[in-house]
Design a protein around this ligand. Structure first.
Ligand code: SF4
Length: 344
């Protein structure tokens, strides 16, 4: 009885939706960035070389689908280095780790493979360099995010995490203090602009890197979305609720006007989300596989989308090489294989 009523309700919704010719606008670029591809490939190649288990500090990227797939292949995700057996392989995730974690890994004689994104490493290096020169580091980002925890670890005594404009108000440095600011790589461009303007007004002597610490992928995905979100009635961001850049995309879409939803995959799309919509927008966070986006598109087509258009903002041609020691291990393994099959 309940099931029959439910079926009737869904059918009614479908019929209602199909009376509108719905169009889907797809952001380009969307989904995987070069840092995420490198991190995932690092785990896959290490598994191919050594077989399971391979330990990974923190979820390699913030996406349940990616993490589940790697777990099935033999990756074990850990938070505490003490959970890794002495002498095992430990891979660092794209978000990076603090120097304390590296120290702990060396004590346990782990083989470390560093899949930290190069753009996160750049922020770590700047934090260390300027703290060593005597600067106080103002680190803009989310206190509990692994990237911020890792970067703060470079100079814990000299680093002050700022999440909002109110946090800037609460800072008590003087005009004579040497200050340097950095940001998490995956923040909202708009939020960071407001915070840095406030910082620069309060502390005109504050310095920073010549280019923003917000990475190219975060920037491009936000600008691509902003270029057309106003034209849509409903906007879907495909991404994990733990993914910082996916959350920022959803917030940005909501600011532009449409009803905005952050969805993990197609199972979260319901007919009621599409009620009255003519134009639907879609983008995906930097840790979302394109296969999940395609499943969402298919679901929208089942619900009545008849036309799909890609809105190209920028072509991305960024590629990051695998970690150096992993490449060396891959080379020597293929060398050994060649020697084994050589008749001489
Ligand atoms: S989102 Fe940016 S910082 Fe993070 S892995 Fe991708 S490119 Fe690197």
């Amino acid at each position: 009885m309940v099931f029959a009523a439910l079926r009737m309700y869904i059918e009614k919704k479908r019929r209602f939706l199909h009376t509108f010719p719905m169009k889907l606008l797809l952001a380009q670029p969307r989904g995987f960035c070069a840092g995420v591809v490198r991190a995932i490939d690092s785990v896959k190649e290490t598994l191919k070389l050594y077989g399971p288990p391979v330990y990974v500090k923190h979820e390699i990227v913030h996406n349940k689908h990616v993490v589940d797939e790697l777990r099935q292949k033999g990756a074990i995700f850990i938070e505490d280095v003490e959970d890794v057996p002495v002498g095992s392989i430990l891979i660092y995730s794209a978000h990076g780790v603090s120097p304390q974690v590296r120290k702990e890994a060396k004590k346990r004689r782990l083989l470390e493979i560093d899949a930290t994104c190069g753009l996160v490493t750049k922020v770590h290096s700047a934090a260390k360099r300027y703290a060593d020169k005597g600067y106080e580091i103002i680190l803009i980002g989310h206190k509990d995010h692994v990237e911020i925890i890792g970067t703060k670890g470079e100079a814990p005594e000299k680093t002050h995490v700022v999440e909002s404009e109110e946090d800037v108000d609460a800072l008590t440095f003087g005009k004579e203090d040497q200050l340097f600011y950095l940001t998490q790589t995956t923040l909202s461009l708009l939020d960071v602009k407001k915070i840095t303007q406030k910082l620069q007004k309060k502390y005109p002597q504050i310095r920073s890197l010549p280019s923003s610490s917000i990475c190219y992928a975060t920037t491009n995905r936000q600008l691509a979305l902003a270029s057309f979100a106003k034209k849509t009635d409903v906007f879907f961001v495909v991404g994990d609720p733990t993914s910082s850049n996916s959350n920022r995309l959803k917030e940005l879409a909501a600011l532009e006007g449409p009803s905005a939803f952050l969805i993990n995959d197609e199972t979260e799309i319901t007919p009621s989300m599409l009620e009255g919509a003519h134009t639907i927008g879609m983008s995906a966070g930097a840790s979302t596989p394109e296969s999940i986006v395609q499943r969402c598109i298919q679901k929208l087509q089942e619900y009545g989308v008849h036309e799909i258009e890609e809105v190209a903002y920028k072509k991305e041609e960024v590629f990051f090489d695998l970690p150096k020691n992993l490449r060396q291990m891959m080379n020597s393994s293929s060398q050994n294989r060649k020697e084994d099959t050589s008749p001489f």
